[in-house]
Design a protein around this ligand. Structure first.
Ligand code: DGJ
Length: 522
């Protein structure tokens, strides 16, 4: 049933808002931390299949489910829309007190076009495909065909219009991912006739104007490429960026960005929820086409920023080991961090602390969470239980540089942060000769001389920092929990539990929340 009183721009509708140096997701008027999980690709295509999954999401302490909604299922015949599945997903999410992020499987998913409806698949004349440099035409929609994005945009707009009508006052759907891991696999660029014409033609003025206006801040890869070719303000793609696979990727990035922005614009005109795109990450040994060429990767970030006005975030799917480095790359150029896919295992359960603690992430969303056995016993469930308790404190301090997140191991056994006017040395925990292999967590300077920390396997030594004090000592450490945002202290941790007063410790036996007060003597 439609929300009669629905108002597209009502106050409580999900939106992004700045707080200090951070961008927050605001839902029903308050900041919201996405403790999310993405379903496997096919789970939400059957509402029956989903039945046992909803409770599993609750057992994982997830508050938001990333669920695919596919073009083929909502528009099986041209102009014939069917939103019954969407309505059922909304109903069941609400009854389990879960929010949704809709993942639009439209023109592309993992670079391929497998989710386009059959009537699009079958009509290669009307909906042109990519051609490889070998001449082979592949089953992937071409970015340079207007009919392609027009058809996708019509379907996406219909979906967003429907969500506006049935959810505009509920706000069960809080964000939308537009397409999935776009980019061309198997070649550096599209070599169809239309694509070759566009490639030989002039670089659009909008992109050139952007490069000139942002020259000093461009990501190094784009700035160097453009300047090495003479920082030209007009010319063909090869005039402006030089020849080669890197330029092919830049060309593809522009065309994907423009296509997705057109799709997003049509959706936002119907219902302006925050929208983001995600990336299959590159690797230093390969070339574009080994990863989807033209996807929203950090080294082409400025091309995406220049080409999109309706996409609010570029987001990484981080399965690679260097999690922290990828998070850092995705905070360049003022981009807000959200991680729509990452490992759902023990590694992911540690990394969520880092993304949220160190980079003010809007949230995290490990992939394939519906396949986790015994959900309530998983590391992810335990991490999210702690982050759920801490969410009000985390959100209150986002954007004020009062929070640090860290991942410690034998390669990086300690880090030093300046927080709350002190210097904090955070290192792998060690007591009576036993050293933790892994440490992770976050620390928030919540008030004068007061810190809240959460995590496992680390210890914190305080130093005067800029305070000018002669001595800094630990006043008291308490373990505890937050109930409805209120701190409830448990044990007073002293003796072995704070190494006889030397430091603030988090043992590696589980994940704890602790509060520490420090004192200083002049
Ligand atoms: C990344 C994709 O975005 C997901 O949809 C899924 O295919 C995973 N890879 C598989 O690991």
């Amino acid at each position: 049933m439609a929300d009669q009183a629905h108002n597209r721009t009502n106050e409580g509708m999900p939106q992004l808002r700045r707080q200090g140096s951070a961008t927050q997701l605001i839902v029903d008027g308050s900041p919201f931390l996405v403790l999310g999980g993405e379903l496997r690709n096919s789970s939400s295509s059957s509402i029956e299949y989903m039945q046992p999954i909803w409770q599993r999401m609750r057992d994982l302490n997830i508050n938001t489910v990333l669920t695919p909604v596919s073009w083929e299922l909502i528009e099986p015949t041209e102009g014939g829309f069917d939103f019954a599945l969407v309505d059922d997903l909304l109903r069941d999410a609400r009854s389990h007190d879960l929010r949704l992020i809709v993942l639009w499987f439209g023109s592309w998913k993992n670079g391929m076009s497998s989710y386009i409806p059959l009537w699009v698949k079958q009509d290669i004349g009307r909906f042109p495909r990519v051609q490889l440099h070998t001449g082979e035409v592949i089953e992937v929609l071409s970015t340079v065909a207007e009919a392609n994005w027009q058809a996708d945009a019509r379907a996406f707009a219909a979906l967003m219009q429907h969500i506006a009508e049935v959810d505009g006052n509920h706000h069960t759907v809080i964000m939308v991912q537009v397409e999935n891991e776009v980019g061309l696999l198997g070649d550096t660029r599209d070599h169809s006739e239309a694509a070759n014409r566009a490639y030989a033609g002039p670089v659009p003025q909008a992109l050139l104007a952007y490069l000139q206006a942002h020259r000093a801040e461009l990501v190094p890869e784009i700035r160097q490429r453009w300047e090495a070719a003479g920082a030209k303000t007009s010319g063909s793609w090869e005039d402006v960026f030089g020849a080669g696979p890197v330029t092919d990727e830049i060309f593809m990035a522009w065309n994907y960005a423009r296509y997705l922005d057109n799709v997003a614009a049509a959706g936002k005109a119907a219902y302006a929820l925050p929208m983001f795109v995600n990336a299959w990450l590159s690797n230093p040994e390969g070339t574009p086409g080994d990863w989807p060429s033209g996807g929203p990767l950090p080294h082409v970030m400025d091309i995406w920023l220049a080409g999109t006005a309706q996409i609010d975030m570029l987001t990484p799917d981080i399965y690679q080991p260097n999690f922290a480095a990828w998070c850092q790359k995705y905070t360049q150029r003022g981009n807000t961090l959200f991680i729509p896919e990452m490992h759902p295992n023990q590694v992911g359960a540690r990394n969520v602390f880092y993304a949220i603690g160190q980079h003010d992430a809007i949230g995290t969303s490990p992939f394939a969470v519906d396949s986790l056995e015994l959900p309530e016993q998983t590391p992810l469930s335990k991490s999210y239980a702690v982050l759920q308790q801490l969410a009000p404190v985390i959100l209150a301090h986002q954007g004020s540089r009062a929070t640090a997140g860290f991942l410690l191991d034998s390669e990086q056994p300690s880090v030093i942060y300046q927080l709350g006017g002190y210097e904090l040395e955070i290192s792998l925990d060690e007591i009576f000769g036993y050293k933790a292999d892994i440490g992770y967590g976050l620390i928030i300077a919540t008030g004068s001389d007061t810190f809240i920390g959460a995590g496992s396997g680390f210890r914190v030594a305080f130093r005067p920092g800029t305070s000018g004090a002669a001595l800094v000592g630990i006043g008291a450490v308490d373990e505890g929990e937050y109930r409805a945002g209120q701190w409830l202290a448990g044990r007073r941790l002293n003796g072995d539990e704070n190494d006889q007063g030397r430091c603030w410790r988090f043992s590696n036996q589980g994940i704890a929340i602790e509060r520490c007060t420090v004192y200083r003597c002049a």
